[in-house]
Design a protein around this ligand. Structure first.
Ligand code: CP3
Length: 342
């Protein structure tokens, strides 16, 4: 496949940095909002035709260099018997783990609910424009664990999950290990069905001390990422809020690190191992600014892109739902028409 995105991941020289956006499938696109009037999020996610269509919408509407599968990280705990529902206010489990004395024993693996994802992947591969690679993903163990304890959609502190992690460390490890085992199987099946790159979303790595993440969680994240590698796929790890902990991530964990918007990009390059590429880290809120201010922000990234071939442009976290998609399109156009002097 002739892809600037895959070339960058494989350390081949390219004339410009590739670009895609976290949360590009759905959310901000008027074409998606239109479909949402007709179908629920779950309906779209479970139908190969619709899921493939939404996966590919940003290729047409934003002209990004890669597609990410339209799905969600929470379908992995759903396949452990947690009864997932996407309400208007956000995702909700019918059986949050807070309900149980020893929650690990209530996790019952039933992978039937993941089967549609593999059909969706096949459909994307069948219908995509040529040279557009497909990114598969799943949630990091800590992030997924956090949601599993969330009884209320408005709880974003994940108090119950973190309290459980400290007060029941052994039971917590059982849950984290069950999640990891299923995630490994899930990644394997995504790889077998045709994804070309794998990203692990560990959005809430910053909720616990760096040392604790490195000791308790990172070995599990590594197992999931390594499974993708076993199938020859390049891997991207997004530990949001991990700060200077990024300096401890080594090449045996991932090929690229996705850096969040809190960190200065040059600082990230200084502390991250030189054999690991960087993805990121546009502040998603910049897309609320005027075109002029966005252009000033992007121009400041130019010298970084001239010097660093192993850089994928992306956001430092996903699109916010109320931005104007034309601003995102403008970012892509700017990247494509800039002379990166490579
Ligand atoms: O990047 C993409 O566009 C691919 C699809 C994707 C979705 N969710 C679709 C989605 C991906 C990669 C995710 C990851 C995800 N899901 C994460 C990690 C990344 C991050 O942004 O932090 C997390 C924490 C979730 C859990 C989740 N799913 C929440 C908190 C919500 C509700 C709030 C929101 O984002 O809208 C969802 C629902 C969800 N997942 C939607 C989409 C398009 C919105 C559903 C709708 O249209 O109503």
């Amino acid at each position: 496949m002739n892809s600037i995105f895959l070339d960058t991941l494989n350390n081949k020289p390219t004339s410009r940095p590739p670009v895609w956006f976290m949360r590009q499938a759905g959310r901000i696109l008027p074409s998606y909002q239109k479909l949402k009037k007709q179908y629920s999020f779950t309906e779209m996610m479970q139908s190969p035709e619709l899921a493939a269509k939404v996966t590919l919408l940003p290729i047409d509407d934003l002209e990004v260099d890669a597609a990410i599968l339209f799905s969600d990280i929470l379908i992995v705990p759903e396949a452990l018997g947690m009864g997932l529902e996407f309400t208007d206010k956000g995702p909700l489990f019918n059986n949050p783990l807070t309900k149980y004395e020893s929650p690990a024993s209530h996790l019952k693996k039933d992978t039937k609910t993941l089967e549609h994802v593999y059909e969706n992947i096949k459909k994307v591969i069948e219908t995509r424009p040529k040279n557009i690679p497909l990114i598969g993903f799943c949630g990091g163990p800590l992030t997924t664990f956090c949601f599993m304890f969330r009884g209320h959609v408005r709880d974003v502190s994940f108090h119950d999950a973190i309290k459980f992690l400290y007060s029941n460390p052994q039971e917590s490890m059982k849950i984290l290990e069950a999640l990891t085992e299923l995630s490994v199987e899930y990644v394997r099946n995504q790889a077998i069905n045709g994804i070309e790159c794998f990203q692990l979303f560990e959005t809430y790595s910053g909720l616990i001390p760096e040392q604790m993440y490195l000791e308790k969680i990172l070995p599990l994240s590594k197992k999931i990422l390594n499974e993708a590698r076993n199938y020859g796929l390049p891997t991207i790890f997004f530990p949001k809020g991990f700060g200077n902990g990024l300096s401890y991530i080594t090449k045996d964990i991932c090929d690229f690190l996705s850096v969040d918007w809190q960190m200065n990009l040059k600082h990230a390059r200084k502390i991250i191992s030189s054999d690991i590429g960087i993805q990121g880290n546009i502040d998603p809120r910049i897309l609320y600014s005027s075109y002029t201010d966005i252009e000033v922000y992007l121009s400041a990234l130019k010298s970084f892109g001239e010097k660093n071939n192993n850089w994928i442009i992306n956001l430092g976290h996903g699109f916010l739902p109320d931005i104007d998609y034309k601003k995102a399109k403008f970012v892509v156009e700017w990247i494509k028409q800039t002379n990166w002097k490579r």
